[in-house]
Design a protein. Sequence first.
Length: 239
Amino acid sequence: MFKMTPAGPDGDDIKEQVREAYNAIAPHFSRTRERIWPPTEVFLKDVSPCKIADLGCGTGRAISRCVELGCDVIGIDSSSEQLNHSRERLENLGAPKGTYILIQADLEEIPLEDTSVHNCIMIASIHHLPTRDQRINSLREALRVTRPGGSFQVSAWTWDQERFRKEHLSRVNSSREPGPLDGPLPGDFLVPWKEGVQRMRFYHLYGPGELEEEVARSGWKLVRSYFDGRNHWAEAVRV
């Protein structure tokens, strides 16, 4: 049973359950994640070629594109099975050895030296961290490993999409009691994965201005932000 309330202040139990879920769904997840989203395509073309870190790389769709664009890329994810599928994808692509490194690690403890990459992306991964402090810590880690002048793109799911909006707003205005898929705070939800195997995944679904605030608080200089109807996006630089 997935327990929504963290056992301790760092929420490690939820993080472990998210890791287990992504290990279990990795084969099905990989088959449904073939192409990167348009904002990331634009961002990668703007910064390539470079040395880049993909933080929460999943099954490697962005990593593969980075290699195609001439980048050296470091992919980091907490799920070993997601990384295995990243490796398989890169091998099938014919990516040269030495152009990529895959590392299993927590986004709050990125095992890279300070200022070791030119740029970073964190696409649809920050929303799996169960507390605000954790999410800001992950953004600070991204800042730490990025060189001054480097660019950063981050995206997160929002509650302001049709499948979540009604449930979220009814929770916020107290017109319903918290249900079994609600977390301890508004915006915290369990979202089921139903393809192949069923697993519940923790999401913190962002509201307007929330991602921008966390990016700014972590030390990045926000350049722009936008909403595509399903995701909040922010782009920033290290000054």
